[in-house]
Design a binder for this molecule. Sequence first.
Ligand code: ZN
Ligand code: ZN
Length: 334
Amino acid sequence: MSTTRDYPGLLTNITEDILHICIPIPHVLRNVNLYLFLGKEPALIDAGPGHPLLEQVVREALRCAGVRRLSYLYLTHSHIDHFGLAQGIRRFTGAAVAAHRAEAPRIERVNRTLPREYSCYASLSGALGFPEEMSRRIFAQARRWTEFSEPCSLDVKLRGGEKLPAGDRQLEAVHTPGHTAGHLCYYEAEDKLLFSGDHLMRSITPNPELYCPPRRGRVTGLPQFIASLKLLESYDIERAFPGHGQPIRRVRKRIEFNLLHHHRRLEHTEKAVRAGCCTVWEVAIRLFPQIRGKPPEIDHFLALKEALGHLLILEEQGRVRRKEERGMWLYTPA
Ligand SMILES: [Zn+2]
Ligand SMILES: [Zn+2]
């Protein structure tokens, strides 16, 4: 058995029996974090994106940790950077793959679900004032993303609240919807560790899901995301280990910061409407001026989702009004 010293930075100890595997990705987020639990029931949290090179990286990390078989692979959510390699990992470790049941459509049938979702987003573009050329170019990329994932049937469909074996420890699945409908954090009560996926990160705030078609009458995951942050306040968390970036030591402070961040963004969104921005896209550009004039890329869609989420909350709170004119949503101050 090798040691974690063989690959500094790839494999590091969090505790004696929990290892962090750092997977590099060619994206502004720079890496995806996987967490390996050693012991009776070896388990891994998250898989990383599906790519043969990255599969080699995970294989090598497991080899260095002395792990050949995994009992479980626990997924935080159905984004390709977290589940893309799940099927590959199951093939070479025998792991049972677990995720929240609401994430099953993307994980199990990504090749069909993602293009369907992207064409649903494209069909909303007119209502949101999203320029047609931009919409066409961004939403034509579903196939490009599916190249980094392989469909993976779930062996265990979770609801949240389950107690799950991981190494010699126990994890609680904590349902934290918002970033996706079935996002899960995993809580280890003994050392008060939270594996927080994309729900809670150290230096960025995640983007809310756009439910297309609407889910239980909701178009945006933002209200759920805020409620999920408040839910975490009821947990005693010493350190949080996110899906990207560095661990979080002052967890309560980070949760408070994120709540404040959304509170402020609501205010900025309301100001944008008062200043005369009336479509969702106009508000998005006002909130994120850095995307103005850039070639179409996923950031434009992320800005759109963010603006839409905040506008819908303001509308619910009676702070802005929405009317529809020739299929386009137009916002005015209340
Ligand atoms: Zn994500
Ligand atoms: Zn992610």
